[in-house]
Design a protein around this ligand. Structure first.
Ligand SMILES: Cc1ncc(COP(=O)(O)O)c(C=O)c1O
Length: 461
């Protein structure tokens, strides 16, 4: 069979057998026997049949995963996908451009640059803004931290630089700070208020204390849509404090920045245009395949200041009137990640995207209503940006017992294959957490998920 026939066959088989979500467990972990067979499979001296190897991949490798686009995957930040995103990925894969700059791929550069400009406009940035498509929120946060360090700290002051994050910040923010040379003792975890938002009073207080001690506060990394609870930090207030003290304000909107495309909920991000940089993942709530995320910056010059570097072997490839992506970020060779998002936005239109985002929020609110009607279930954080936390809380059990019970309920759901509902910890308590992003999820899916959890909880004595 020609390779083209293998590809066609794979696509046919995938759509026939691997997208039948009602029959597929949401999550499956590899069994020990399969693990041993696969990991001990030798690399042969003579090549083997493509058909057989594709069969192994389809039947033994990929079934062992959490299906991000499954309508009852409520874990992590799930990854519902618009099918057209796969087409965009496929097209880019086939042409395989090196999208590092204008010369190697001017067509895709034109689309990626104009899409970045459009996204900057949605954030309320001026023409001076810019950005880059990167592999994910972690790399976007790292890119922002590098730019913040280089634009706010003199080289001699790096050893005194202090950054401020929330105790609810995503761990990639910690990693980013570690990578740019800010050790734990110079990362201040700010207090959060009862609604889990950064306390800007605490920020102001900490900055003043640190300045008095001779440190150099330079960066605030806040979140729009925390991973735990979907909380949006008080952006306008944080911008005010940051500006007053000449600090860089970064908004990690890996999850929540997508509200910028919701006609109804965009106002929750009021003031985001005041931030120096914004992380925004398209492979979360813009329905893209992995990997596709954006880092947007208020001023293009800040990225150029950190990343622009013109070695002799790239001289011929640079065009004087154009900005190459290698001058705006960490990577040189890179896929044109923005193409699939462009194709999705072009073919769905902003109205449909906006409705799909609003639907995720409505589903979380529906979930909250259902839980409030169920005895012994306690809402821990209300529905916010499509995330809700709650816990089974029957007063006949101690807190320690309840922590165990909630974990067991989550595990039972995972083993049932029906849905994936994982736990997190809030104020030391183990809670159940649901993130409802998929346009394919129905209210019946939610009702049945809660019914099952409730049934199992009532069987515990
Ligand atoms: C708030 C937040 N920031 C950053 C990240 C990291 O994103 P990625 O997994 O795309 O690197 C996540 C992932 O869930 C997140 O929720």
């Amino acid at each position: 069979m020609e390779m083209k026939e293998h590809m066609k066959q794979f696509i046919d088989d995938f759509y026939q057998e691997d997208t039948n979500y009602d029959e597929l467990p949401v999550v499956q972990l590899i069994e020990q026997e399969e693990f041993s067979t696969l990991s001990e499979m030798p690399i042969p001296e003579d090549g083997q049949s493509v058909e057989e190897m594709v069969h192994i991949l389809r039947k033994e490798v990929y079934p062992n995963r959490s299906i991000g686009e499954h309508p009852r995957n409520f874990a992590f930040i799930p990854a519902p996908i618009e099918e057209v995103s796969k087409l965009g990925d496929l097209i880019n894969l086939f042409y395989n451009p090196n999208a590092s700059g204008w010369y190697p791929s001017s067509g895709t550069a034109c689309i990626e640059h104009s899409l970045i400009n459009w996204l900057c406009e949605q954030a309320g940035y001026s023409d001076d803004a810019s950005g880059i498509f990167v592999s994910g929120g972690s790399i976007a946060n790292l890119t922002a931290a590098i730019a913040a360090r280089d634009n706010k700290l003199k080289p001699d002051d790096i050893s005194k630089g202090v950054a401020y994050i929330s105790n609810q910040a995503h761990h990639s923010v910690n990693k980013a700070l570690h990578i740019i040379g800010i050790p734990e003792e110079r990362i201040h975890r700010l207090e959060t208020t009862a609604d889990l938002k950064i306390s800007y009073d605490d920020l102001e207080r900490q900055i003043e204390i640190d300045q008095e001690k001779g440190f150099k506060p330079f960066l605030v990394m806040a979140t729009a849509g925390t991973t735990n609870a979907g909380v949006i930090d008080p952006i306008e207030k944080l911008a005010e404090v940051s500006q007053r003290h000449n600090l860089w304000l970064h908004i990690d909107g890996a999850f929540g920045a997508s509200l910028l495309l919701s006609k109804t909920h965009k106002n929750q991000l009021k003031g985001i245009e005041l931030a120096d940089s914004i992380t925004w993942d398209a492979h979360k709530w813009l329905f893209q395949t992995y990997s596709c995320a954006m880092l947007l910056v208020k001023h293009r010059s800040t990225l150029l200041n950190s990343f622009s570097n013109r070695p002799e072997y790239l001289e011929d490839a640079h065009q004087a009137d154009r900005t190459d992506f290698w001058d705006l970020g960490i990577e040189l060779s890179r896929p044109a990640r923005g193409i699939k998002l462009w194709l999705t936005l072009q073919t769905l239109g902003t109205k449909k995207i906006s409705e799909q985002i609003d639907y995720g929020i409505a589903l979380a609110e529906f979930t909250e209503t259902q839980i409030r009607q169920t005895k012994h279930w306690e809402i821990m954080t209300p529905a916010q940006t499509a995330i809700i936390n709650w816990r089974y809380n029957n007063p006949k059990f101690t807190d320690a017992e309840l922590n165990k019970i909630n974990t067991q309920l989550s595990e039972k759901m995972t083993h049932s294959g029906y849905a994936q509902v994982l736990t997190t910890k809030l104020a030391g308590k183990t809670v159940l957490r649901m993130c409802t992003l998929s346009p394919l999820t129905t209210e019946t899916d939610i009702v049945k998920t809660i019914e099952k959890l409730n049934q199992w909880a009532s069987e515990i004595n």
